[in-house]
Design a protein around this ligand. Structure first.
Ligand code: HEC
Length: 119
């Protein structure tokens, strides 16, 4: 049993080492890195301060600033986008395709980060 666990840990460590890009992949060994997730997955559409409200400068696609919400409400909304049950302005699919790669644990950490650090 010990050998199996050790083997699994080593395999995991090797996989992570192989992926040298310093991103956020969390899992058994790593807690979610919300800052890295925000920079990789959100910043391009919502900007560093969370105040960007148009998609790629197109005023056709507008949305609200994403900071200033409480972490629980934000996490709930993000999970709903991930599930595909929110589509406020007709572009929920853009959000879904981003969030589908994140676990609930990562979304919770991200919501906490946005609510407290993004200003
Ligand atoms: C490809 C661009 C894009 C990316 C990347 C993106 N978003 Fe969005 N976001 C949008 C669009 C477009 C909407 C409006 C969706 C709709 O029609 O409901 C939106 C809406 C939102 C809303 C709701 C805003 C409101 O008006 O109430 C939140 C919160 C949000 N995004 C957070 C995030 C977070 C957190 C991430 C990173 C995990 C992220 N977004 C990544 C484009 C993006």
């Amino acid at each position: 049993m010990k050998k199996i666990i050790l083997g699994a840990l080593l395999a995991g460590a090797t996989l992570m080492a192989a992926d040298s890009t310093p991103i956020y992949k969390s899992g058994v060994l790593l807690a979610p890195n919300a800052e890295a997730i925000y920079k990789k997955e959100c910043i391009q559409c919502h900007s560093a301060n969370g105040q960007q409200t148009t998609f790629e400068g197109s005023s056709r696609i507008e949305y609200a600033p994403i900071n200033g919400l409480n972490a629980d409400a934000l996490a709930k909304e993000l999970k709903a986008y991930r599930f595909g049950s929110v589509n406020k302005y007709g572009y929920g699919q853009l959000m879904k395709s981003t969030l589908i790669d994140l676990s609930y644990e990562e979304i919770d950490a991200l919501a906490e980060y946005i609510a407290t650090e993004i200003k």
